[in-house]
Design a protein around this ligand. Structure first.
Ligand code: CTP
Length: 411
């Protein structure tokens, strides 16, 4: 992140009051680092520890990094006199629990209130976010999954867990998301005020899968990274963001609503449901242009030497949105291997777009890479280079550009 961006970013967390709940798990050793990163971004942090957490880290460590006495006892008369648990519940702009153990998630899901942290969660109207951390089998356990599902349905933000090596020596899903990423995710939970506040941005991302038979499909190498980075950048501009995504291995950016789809047909349906109320539409998805005309109902057996699969055209989603009577500001992408700008400009005209972002692909360029290079083209010969760089940075530049052009022409 660039310096200026960091300053804007910090503004969003400046003075925000975060209660950081720490529960009993080995990942608790990373929580002081999380406090530091939240404080660094301008937040005030009040740590609340469960009895289990005190087995892993001392309250003094948290006091040193947060500048506030860490609380853990519901029956501590002295501390309650200073700020009672109900007062603390009201004080919080956000309650973040990191790490959140399986036991804590079960307590929260069932509304139990047998210590300071669980009581506070029950007594607060603030948004709650949990960063689960536990052994992979505990995470995969049906009981934990049911609890997490219930929490999600109630609007609790579930951040992670991450996949990797675990303290118990096993490898799998269950690690706490790293403090730096958690601090960013917490930041993204605060309402964003930016140039696109009150505007709706609809984005497509990733590849589509077109079914050949029940076990095979045709797809492409799109990773979804550019689209996801744009979704996050749009959110940072204050927009309400809907991300219609093909199958990718990325987590939805915090604060972004994601609709998961597989085929071009499903993506088209999901987009058309949202397009009527969108202010800006950005098509980054690598939608299949053709799909098998008659997908087989059963697995195709290898009984012939050659196999021909008849293909038919899919619907052009971008074109369909651009044809709507009350259309959003429409942005397309052009991935080309040669004559990049010439092809992109033809696409801009043919699909009736407001803006097209062109990039060169092939020879290990772009697909599944973290870097990209974009040129923006619009009607009447308009052209601007965004240059090369990480997709996250380009996405921010692109969104700033789109926001400026959209707002300049907004009715
Ligand atoms: N797109 C879409 N729906 C499709 C196909 C493409 O929304 N069925 C969008 C992509 O998300 C992207 C742009 O259209 O924004 C890319 O245009 P497209 O015509 O698919 O590019 P190419 O397939 O490369 O076109 P051509 O074969 O004409 O080069």
């Amino acid at each position: 992140m660039e310096r200026g961006d960091r300053a804007d970013h910090n503004d969003r967390m400046n003075g925000k009051r975060i209660v950081l709940g720490v529960t009993g798990g080995i990942a608790a050793y990373k929580s002081p680092d999380l406090v530091r990163r939240l404080v660094e971004r301008g937040a005030q942090v009040q740590v609340v520890m469960t009895a289990g957490a005190r087995e892993f880290v001392t309250p003094l460590t948290f006091q040193a990094v947060s500048g506030r006495e860490a609380r853990s006892d519901l029956w501590d008369h002295g501390a309650e006199a200073a700020m009672g648990h109900i007062e603390m519940a009201r004080w919080a702009d956000l309650i973040l629990i990191a790490p959140a153990s399986a036991d804590f998630l079960a307590h929260l899901a069932h509304g139990l209130a047998d210590d300071l942290l669980t009581t506070m969660c029950l007594a607060s109207a603030a948004p709650i976010a949990v960063a689960p951390a536990m052994n992979r089998l505990m995470w995969a356990n049906a009981a934990t999954q049911a609890n997490v599902q219930q929490l999600r349905a109630r609007g609790v933000h579930v951040l992670g867990p991450a996949v990797g090596e675990q303290a118990c020596g096993e490898t799998g899903e269950g690690r706490m998301v790293e403090p730096a990423a958690l601090a960013e995710a917490a930041l993204a939970l605060f309402p964003v005020h930016g140039p696109l506040s009150g505007k709706r941005v609809l984005i497509t991302a990733g590849p589509t899968r077109e079914r050949i038979d029940p076990v095979r499909f045709i797809s492409n190498r799109s990773s979804g990274k550019m689209g996801y980075a744009i979704a996050q950048a749009a959110r940072e501009q204050g927009a309400e963001v809907v991300l219609v995504s093909g199958p990718v291995s990325l987590c939805a950016p915090t604060g972004v609503r994601r609709e998961c789809v597989e085929s071009a047909e499903q993506m088209h349906a999901a987009v058309m449901k949202e397009a009527g109320t969108a202010d800006i539409f950005i098509a980054t998805a690598a939608v299949a242009d053709y799909r098998p005309a008659k997908p087989a109902d059963c697995k195709i057996k290898k009984v012939t030497d050659t196999l021909e699969v008849a293909m038919e055209r899919t619907i052009d989603i971008l074109h369909a949105v651009a044809q709507l009577p009350r259309r959003p500001y429409v942005v397309g992408f052009a991935a080309e291997t040669n004559n990049v700008e010439e092809h992109a400009r033809a696409k801009l005209e043919r699909k009736n777009l407001d803006l097209i972002a062109a990039n060169e692909v092939g020879d290990c360029k772009v697909f599944d890479q973290d870097d990209n290079a974009l040129v923006l083209l619009w009607k009447n010969g308009g052209r601007q280079e965004l240059g090369a760089g990480p997709k996250t940075l380009l996405a921010r530049k692109l969104m700033a550009f789109i926001a400026a052009r959209y707002l300049a022409n907004a009715p």
